[in-house]
Design a protein around this ligand. Structure first.
Ligand SMILES: [Zn+2]
Length: 106
């Protein structure tokens, strides 16, 4: 696989639709490079990241109820313009999890 590390090895390009993420611990194996998840902020490795529609999460924030997977699927169905814009992603995991709980309780 082609390396997506910036020339100064400070950033990693996880997705061409998102800004690069800061490298926390470098490693010669790209999959083992430690980064902070751009969605929840937890440390994870490049190899553990998961993507849907260009939005990246990690095992901490992707699979759980109200996580990135559920959030993207919901927004795609209910607010397509927002889905295309992607502002919800910048709000992050905690904020979207809160919204998910509110929608559930309606
Ligand atoms: Zn995450």
């Amino acid at each position: 696989m082609r390396s997506l590390v910036s020339p100064d090895r400070k950033y990693y390009y996880l997705s061409i639709t998102q800004p690069p993420v800061e490298i926390v611990h470098d490693d010669p194996d790209d999959m083992q490079i430690v980064i902070r998840c751009p969605y929840c902020g937890k440390k994870t490795t490049v190899g553990d990241t998961v993507m849907i529609s260009g939005f990246i999460g990690c095992p901490h924030c992707y699979w759980e109820a109200g996580g990135l997977l559920n959030t993207v699927m919901w927004i795609r169905e209910h607010d397509y313009e927002e889905y295309k814009k992607g502002d919800f992603y910048k709000a992050g995991f905690k904020e979207n999890l809160k919204l998910w709980e509110e929608r559930k309780n309606k």
